[in-house]
Design a binder for this molecule. Structure first.
Ligand SMILES: Nc1ncnc2c1ncn2[C@@H]1O[C@H](COP(=O)(O)OP(=O)(O)OP(=O)(O)O)[C@@H](O)[C@H]1O
Ligand SMILES: [Mg+2]
Length: 520
């Protein structure tokens, strides 16, 4: 008997049939991967199941009984939990407080924290979800926050757990840990639906794979019956080239010059501790590092979002060390930020506005303070077509786009601006394989036309296939440099985690570290 069954679920948005009579079943103790292009309807379908959206047709059955799920509350009561990509935790509160919020043990409105605390710890131990119950959410890493979300769902009694792109924001190590948690959940009889664009995850973790396209289920398979090429074809409907081809790079001229840069983080601690490097025109330089080693602060300093406390930044001979974000854009710096919701988009603006954001005061979109709406919509329409942004029109609000299509908006705008320097942080986060192939080609085109590209990615595969040079950043310093072809994932991983004696504390300096510093 299936725990969850969907029969002919239909969901229509203005101009889009997001789900077109979708049927699927989920058995007890199995992991189903839900796969499909950006905008295929995966999140919509799961939001219907979780009661966040009401369907326009079809039926949901839990344990073979038809149910009406009109709110997440009802979904939770039926044993369905969901973890979104954008977490819904209360930052200043502790782990336990977040978990028991809305469902406290104890009567008459009194929260019995001792009991709650004990139960949280029990669940955490049982499924290997190690997390400090008294830590505040804002002090936790993204991976830890995700654990709290999972713990919360389990605490509320979830038997079906839906994970919408859980690994998009995780490091490879965190993803591994998540999968071992997921395994122990299904071993105990829970069922999991997870949405992902990473084909190797699908192959290694799922029991069954369901593929959606254009709002419909177009196929079902198993890891033993397919491979990543086959999966890509099922998703996109054509063959996808999963690797990139590129010739050797030539340094035309130095575009970005970073000299002995020091940058502090939000807490006032030095996150970037004396970094020097250059990026040439016609070159892709990648920063590889475990998140939290200073790469975010370094990038923010380069694009004018954070003031360095020491050192110098030069763009084509112009000092931009203390340039604001606006001046930095005018100087020719484009930025694909790692957090598209916070920095990349204005969600309540329409697509046309988002597609030219930052340039809206400049020609051709405005001259002497007078806006030219037709220039705006012309560019918007071109970028929508070029980047295959799935939307009925440019009138749609950015918030109504699927996650991957929001990402495409940011990439289209930042590359479309024709910058001297493109700073790309996690540029393919949340994109489907077809879109990744396209964006990789665009980044290579920038390089071919003599532009400088600084890439930051947690996907080592992406780093290795695109970069001409790779700088390994560790504890705020560049500890190693490799040219293309010199390094592999294992070597990078080793130096990224402080291997090779790259612990650079003053007293503990080793030969390796000094060599590495000399290199950089
Ligand atoms: N609130 C909304 N209003 C209008 N249209 C919407 C809304 N939410 C989703 N859509 C549209 O429904 C379609 C399916 O979107 P959905 O978010 O389900 O895609 P997805 O498969 O999750 O894609 P991705 O891989 O990019 O996350 C898209 O065309 C999207 O633009
Ligand atoms: Mg989605």
């Amino acid at each position: 008997m299936p725990v969850l069954e969907l029969r002919e679920i239909t969901k229509v948005f203005p101009g889009v049939v997001a789900n077109d009579r979708v049927s699927l079943v989920l058995e007890r103790g199995e992991i189903v991967a839900l796969l499909g292009e950006n905008g295929a309807g995966k999140s919509t379908l799961m939001n219907v199941v979780y009661g966040l959206l009401s369907s326009d047709g079809g039926q949901v059955l839990v344990d073979d009984k038809p149910v009406k799920i009109k709110s997440p509350r009802q979904a939770i009561d039926l044993g369905i939990g969901m973890v979104h990509q954008h977490f819904m935790l209360v930052e200043p509160l502790t782990v336990t407080e977040n978990i028991v919020l809305g469902r406290e043990p104890g009567r008459f409105g009194v929260i019995d924290f001792t009991t709650a605390h004990k139960k949280v710890q029990e669940i955490a131990t049982r499924y290997g979800l190690k997390v400090d119950p008294d830590a505040r959410i804002m002090d936790l890493s993204v991976g830890m926050q995700q654990r709290v979300e999972i713990l919360k769902a389990l605490y509320q009694g979830a038997r079906v757990l839906i994970l919408d792109e859980p690994t998009a924001v995780l490091t490879p190590q965190e993803a591994k840990e998540l999968f071992s948690v997921v395994r122990s959940l299904v071993d105990e009889g829970l069922s999991v639906v997870f949405i992902t664009h990473k084909l190797e995850e699908v192959m290694s973790v799922s029991d069954r794979i369901i593929v959606m396209r254009d709002g419909r289920v177009v196929g079902e398979t198993k890891p033993s019956e397919t491979d990543d090429v086959g999966l890509a074809r099922m998703m996109v409907g054509r063959d996808v080239v999963l690797s990139v081809e590129k010739g050797p790079s030539e340094c035309a001229a130095e575009v970005l010059e970073v000299t002995d840069l020091h940058v502090k983080d939000d807490r006032g601690l030095e996150a970037v501790r004396g970094v020097s490097f250059t990026v040439c025109g016609g070159e892709i330089v990648a920063l590889a590092g475990v998140s939290g080693n200073g790469q975010s602060e370094l990038i923010e300093a380069i694009v004018g979002l954070r003031r360095p406390v020491g050192g110098r930044l030069m763009l084509k001979g112009v000092d931009i060390t203390h340039a604001s974000a606006r001046v930095s854009i005018e100087a020719g710096v484009s930025h694909i930020p790692e957090d598209r919701h916070r920095r990349g988009l204005v969600l309540e603006f329409d697509l046309a506005e988002n597609l030219i954001l930052g340039d809206h005061r400049m020609p051709p979109y405005a001259t002497r303070g007078i806006m030219h709406p037709s220039a705006v919509t012309a560019t918007a329409e071109k970028r929508i077509a070029d980047y295959d942004i799935r939307t009925p029109s440019w009138h749609v609000l950015a918030s109504n786009l699927s996650g991957g299509n929001q990402q495409k908006v940011v990439v289209a705008r930042e590359i479309g601006r024709n910058p001297e320097l493109l700073v790309a942080a996690q540029p393919t986060r949340g994109l489907d394989v077809g879109a990744i192939e396209f964006v990789h080609r665009q980044i290579l085109k920038e390089r071919e036309s003599g532009k400088a590209v600084l890439l930051v990615s947690l996907e080592l595969e992406e780093v290795l296939s695109l970069a001409d040079r790779i700088l390994v950043i560790y504890e705020g310093r560049i500890v190693r440099e490799f040219t293309a072809g010199e390094a592999d994932e294992e070597t990078l991983g080793y130096f990224m985690t402080g291997g090779g004696g790259t612990k650079l504390e003053d007293e503990g300096r080793t030969e390796h570290a000094e060599m590495a510093e000399g290199d950089a």
